[in-house]
Every structure is written in structure tokens, then in C-alpha cells.
Design a protein around this ligand. Sequence first.
Ligand code: DX5
Ligand code: ZN
Length: 224
Amino acid sequence: MLKAEFAPSIISADVFQMPRIIHAFEHYGIRRLHMDVMDGQFVPNYALGTGMIDMMRKNTSIPLDIHLMVERPDLQLDRFSIQPGESVSVHVEATPHILRTLQMIREHGALAFAAINPGTPICMLESLTEFLDGVLCMTVNPGFTGQQLLPGVMEKIRAVRAFLDAHGLENAHVEVDGHVTFANAAQMARAGADWLVGGTGSIFYQDGTIEENVEKSLAALEGV
Ligand code: DX5
Ligand code: ZN
């Protein structure tokens, strides 16, 4: 079983506190930074463009976990200068060429993740298993932070983990994105998630400092 860890969601970070935030992540050994990219087409919102992604690369060595919530990611991938060791999630709903897009991500030396919306059945992953380093399972409708979990997400996490294991992909990751909280993180990990996107319910919880929130988030996964 893969060890569960947090991937802080930079969309929720206060940019004016970024040096302190990155220092805290490096201090506590955070190993992945989740970068939500939104184009206003695939989702009804805009977020984190190529400039922010390049700036993060210049200011920390923590690898980026780029979540492309964009239409036709296959036509846009080259704009992001994907680096070896990064991970990139693309939505199966966003392109007729999802397999080719996963191949393109791997050609950049990055980990290829297929992302599925809450309404998308797991069977959509059937023909992709040769090119999957992970599955990003949306636990809210994509596009906005601060939403509540949708019903049935724990079952879906279990089913995604079981699907990967059944296809010999025991080392492929299950990433969950949306309303991961101090209270539900362990339950999500026990359901099979090993990359937990930390946003307003945990890492960037409004009532704590970044240091307090990271400590509480890590404590929530202790022993899982
Ligand atoms: C949805 C976003 C959010 C974000 C996490 O498109 O991707 O899931 O990363 O935000 P919270 O944790 O506030 O839902
Ligand atoms: Zn995301």
C-alpha cells in the first residue's frame, strides 16, 4: 500500500505569503505541489497560468503536480514546459485523444495521470492502463475551492484503487482533489488515496497558520 501524503493546492495559497508557505513545505518535507490550471472553458473559472508555474519552478525544488482543467490539453501541453519528475493530470472528459495526451506527458519524462470528474465512470479508464502513473479522482465538481464533498466519493476512491490493482498497477497513485479535510483525510487514505490535495479544508485552512495547518494535516495521516 502506497503511503498517503499531502499535495498542497497552490490555488488556495495567499500569494503575499508564498515565501513563508514554501519554506514551511520544504521544512515539513512536502514532496509535491498541486497546481490547478483552469481555462474558463473546461471549468467555469480561471486559475494559475504558465507564469505562476514557471515562478514556482524557480523558487522551489519541490516537484509540481500540474492539474490541467482545460479543454483539449493535447493542444496546450507544450505551453507548460513540463519537466521530468513532475506529474500532470489531464481530464478524460477534455479531449478525444486522452491516450495520446498521456503518451505526450510521459515523453516529457513526467508522470501521466488521468483525471476523472465526479460524474465520470471508472470504465473510462479501461483502455488507458498502459499509460497510467496515477488517477486523479475529483471529489468535488472541478473549478472552485471550498466546496463540500459529493456523495459516494469514498466508494469511488475504493473502486479506483481496486481498478488499478486489478490491472497490475499497484504502484500507480490515487490522487483525490476537493475538500480534503483534517477530519476526512485518514478515511480517504484508508479508502485507497495516497496523494491528497490539501486546500481550504486542511493545508490552507482559514483559522490556522501555514505551519499549524501542515502539522495538523500530517498528524491526520499518522499511522494510516
Ligand atoms: C477544484 C480544485 C480544488 C482545490 C482544493 O477544481 O482543484 O479541489 O484544488 O480546494 P478545496 O480543498 O478547498 O476543495
Ligand atoms: Zn486540482
